[in-house]
Ligand binder design. Structure first.
Ligand code: PMP
Length: 528
């Protein structure tokens, strides 16, 4: 019962208790680069090396001096921060800069329109809403065209210029009939009933197994993790999760969801039945490299299948680059190396430079529905402060002919080589290391049969990674976490400021952890 609540602990105390149970209830008083500082009882600062990197929001580290200085400058100058419903030249500049980069990397030679939002999930919600708006418009146009055909057939039968052959009746299950107005009315009734049922089907989203697209009402239904998704199933459109590594699986699922509308046309004095593919699949949504799903890159063949199937369905490809984008993998977009072409892109996290909350939905111009802008907005979206901070972040990324991208790739190679050496020395402990650039993961072998009861228990509850995170924090002053939906995989998402010392620090911590695991926990993990 919460009736006896401790009134000093009203900000999600349950979460605090869960963190405490793994020894992760740390308080930080200052942050800089890849370091968070705790305050010791004697007042000294205790540095903690941060490999969680704000879950991907800190490509430039905590409080990057250039970004902080610029933020101060903006505030000192009194730039308008909240001026919703006015012209925002800096937003236009930001949209243009984003569009140029996305155009350069996506392979689509057209501009991308930008709709700004505040969080990652919110940008994905906007993507979902825009895709649904577009689907309903396309469906409406199709129904109107079908209606025109029905009217034309009705008039032709009425004035005797066309007859309805038996096979048309047969195809809607009517049996043999005289071609007269009564039969035509019944035929049209069959068709419109069928069409209403097909057009009324709820939209379906397709997304790979392991996906994470946020925790808001519609996006949580695109998030594979059942713990997050199942309690809210009834609130929003459903996704079908496409297994990875099974060529043809996407096509099979897409075919199961296909719907046909029926229509009539008149050709050479005969009424004929027509079929029209109705858009039921609203969009395919994916992360080029899944973050919360355990740092998993999409296979190239899968990307090709996605392009093909979506082109057939007329459904947009929504590329969620919220965690993988903003230069983290060595390109602005992680999908670039995969040849992925998105109709929509979403960005957030590092777009705000670690200081601002900003996200964006970008839509390729030929698929953009301008009316969307009039029915979707937020008090906080597109604010003058965040827009300018994001522009500064893009300027930093693109400076010196993309030096930051090259740096991310090179640092990532070094970090991955270190992780690989740990895996090679502890193949019995480490199952895999993977990822690209500064988006890396290390997966442990399953510990649910571990000789230490608390460890085995935690592993069975999907919490092994949190025990390791607790050990790394208390034993090594190093902060990271498992990925949200793959709890045996630790994430490493440091900033561009990563140093060799920081790589060695992680290596020491990981080798110590692997020694403990290999030794059957005779020397224990630093449990609370
Ligand atoms: N998409 C992806 C790929 C993410 O990694 C995340 C956050 N982990 C989100 C969406 C949701 O972003 P936010 O937490 O800002 O809502």
């Amino acid at each position: 019962s919460h009736s006896q609540a401790d009134e000093t602990q009203l900000a999600e105390p349950h979460l605090g208790a869960v963190l405490a149970s793994a020894g992760l209830d740390a308080e930080y008083v200052r942050a800089e680069g890849n370091t968070l500082y705790q305050r010791a009882e004697d007042g000294r600062e205790i540095p903690v090396l941060d490999y969680a990197g704000g879950y991907g929001s800190l490509m430039w580290g905590h409080n990057h001096p250039t970004i902080v200085a610029y933020a101060k400058e903006l505030l000192d100058a009194g730039v308008p921060v909240h001026s919703q419903f006015s012209l925002h030249p800096e937003a236009a500049e930001l949209a243009l800069a984003l569009s140029r980069i996305v155009r350069r990397e996506s392979g689509y030679d057209e501009p991308y329109f930008a709709v700004f939002a505040n969080t990652g999930a919110e940008a994905n919600e906007a993507a979902v809403k825009h895709a649904e708006m577009d689907r309903v418009i396309r469906l409406g146009a199709l129904l109107a065209a079908v209606d025109d055909g029905l009217t034309e057939a009705r008039e032709a039968v009425r004035d005797g210029s066309a007859i309805i052959p038996d096979e048309v009746f047969a195809r809607v299950g009517m049996g043999s009939r005289v071609s007269d107005t009564a039969a035509l009315n019944e035929l049209v009734h069959h068709i419109t009933t069928h069409n209403a049922a097909q057009a009324g089907r709820p939209p379906v989203f397709l997304t790979p197994e392991g996906s994470f697209h946020g925790k808001l009402v519609s996006t949580v239904q695109l998030t594979h993790n059942e713990g997050y998704r199942n309690p809210f199933k009834a609130l929003a459109a459903q996704a079908r999760f496409v297994p990875l590594g099974q060529p043809g699986a996407l096509r099979k699922i897409a075919d199961e969801e296909r719907a046909q509308l029926l229509g009539l046309e008149v050709v050479d004095g005969l009424v004929r039945l027509t079929e029209h593919e109705a858009p039921v699949v609203c969009a395919f949504v994916l992360e080029p490299i899944q973050g919360e799903g355990g740092i998993r890159e999409m296979p190239r063949e899968f990307v090709e299948e996605i392009h093909e199937v979506c082109a057939e369905l007329g459904a947009p490809v929504i590329v969620d680059e919220i965690q993988s984008g903003m230069g983290r993998t060595g390109d602005f977009l992680a999908g670039t190396r995969l040849g992925l072409r998105g109709d929509y892109y979403t960005l957030a996290k590092s777009l705000g430079g670690g200081l601002a909350k900003i996200s964006v939905l970008m839509v390729r111009s030929s698929r953009y529905q301008g009316q969307f802008e009039l029915i979707h907005s937020s008090t906080f979206a597109k604010d003058g402060f965040s827009n300018r901070i994001a522009l500064k972040v893009l300027e930093l990324l693109e400076a010196d002919d993309g030096a930051a991208y090259r740096r991310a790739a090179e640092l990532g190679d070094r970090l991955l080589a270190m992780l690989g050496s740990v895996r090679d020395d502890y193949p019995d402990v480490v199952k895999d290391v993977r990822g690209r650039g500064l988006l890396l993961g290390l997966e442990f072998h399953d510990q649910s049969g571990a000789p230490a009861a608390p460890v085995a228990e935690a592993a069975r509850a999907g919490l092994f990674g949190y025990l390791v995170a607790g050990h790394l924090l208390r034993g090594h002053r190093l902060r990271t976490f498992p990925t949200a939906s793959a709890p045996d995989t630790l994430r490493f998402e440091p900033s561009l400021l990563l140093s060799d010392d920081e790589i060695s620090w992680l290596e020491t911590a990981l080798r110590d952890t692997c020694d403990i695991i290999r030794g059957g926990y005779q020397r224990p993990l630093a449990l609370p």
